[in-house]
Each structure stands twice: as structure tokens, then as C-alpha cells.
Ligand binder design. Structure first.
Ligand code: HEC
Length: 112
């Protein structure tokens, strides 16, 4: 079993850790709606719509998208198992550097 030194309960420094797994980013953090909104506008809205409830010039409406879908799309340009995509195309690039922001994006897209 591998144990990462930052994973123990002894991490009380509050220093930001660069090693955020997608699971940690998307699962344990509640997500910050305002932060998600600014990331969405900067990294998604050019293809999707600035209003995520509407289709964009390139991408479909994605309001309400859940964690599994956002994570699969943004990190791997994939889909969760069994999900039927809104579009049959493969235009959207992965942006794996956004792993720490998945929870924020989901909070924004779900409106909570
Ligand atoms: C280069 C344009 C582009 C960018 C940038 C982009 N997308 Fe997409 N997105 C698309 C397109 C086009 C699709 C439809 C499938 C395809 O062709 O890849 C899509 C599909 C999706 C879907 C799945 C919709 C469904 O239910 O089938 C989600 C969720 C999504 N995008 C979220 C995001 C998020 C979040 C970001 C920003 C981090 C983002 N996209 C950035 C173009 C883009």
C-alpha cells in the first residue's frame, strides 16, 4: 500500500497542496459557486454559452451536469460509463489542469 505523506491526519498546516486528485477535488470539497462561474466563463463559455442553460456556438447546454460527467469531460474528454452524450462529436479538448476546479464547476453548473 502506498501512503502519501500529505494524506495522513497530521496535515494541519493549511498550506495548499499541489497534489489534488480529481476525486479529492470533486468529491470531498463542497465546491464554490462563484469560483466555478469565473472558471466557466474563462475556460468553457467560448464554446458553450455564457449562460450554461443554453446551447453555445460549439458546445451544447450543460446546466445541471453532475460531477461524474463534468469530471469525465474536462479531465479526459470522455463520458461516464453508460452516459448518452448530447452530441455525437468529439470536439471538446480535455483540460486536465482544471482537476482542482471540478467541484467549483459542478457547484456552478448545478446552481448550488
Ligand atoms: C473547444 C470548445 C469547448 C470547450 C473549451 C469546452 N467544451 Fe464542453 N463541449 C464542447 C463540445 C463541442 C461538446 C459536445 C461533445 C464534443 O464534441 O466533444 C461538449 C460537451 C460538454 C459536456 C457534455 C454535454 C452532454 O451532456 O453530452 C459537458 C458537461 C461539457 N462539455 C463541459 C465543459 C466544461 C465544464 C468546460 C470548461 C471547463 C468545457 N466543456 C469546455 C466544446 C467545448
Amino acid at each position: 500500500m502506498r501512503r502519501h505523506p500529505m494524506m495522513g491526519s497530521g496535515c494541519v498546516t493549511g498550506a495548499p497542496t499541489p497534489l489534488v486528485t480529481p476525486e479529492a477535488a470533486a468529491g470531498t470539497n463542497a465546491g464554490d459557486l462563484a469560483r466555478g462561474r469565473s472558471i466557466y466563463l474563462a475556460r468553457c463559455a467560448a464554446c458553450h454559452n455564457p449562460d450554461p442553460s443554453r446551447d453555445g456556438p460549439v458546445g451544447p447546454a450543460i446546466e445541471g451536469s453532475g460531477r461524474d460527467l463534468v469530471m469525465a469531460r474536462v479531465l479526459f474528454a470522455g463520458y461516464p460509463r453508460g452516459y448518452t452524450p448530447k452530441r455525437p462529436t468529439w470536439v471538446m479538448p480535455a483540460q486536465p489542469e482544471l482537476a482542482p476546479s471540478i467541484a467549483d464547476l459542478v457547484a456552478y453548473l448545478r446552481g448550488s
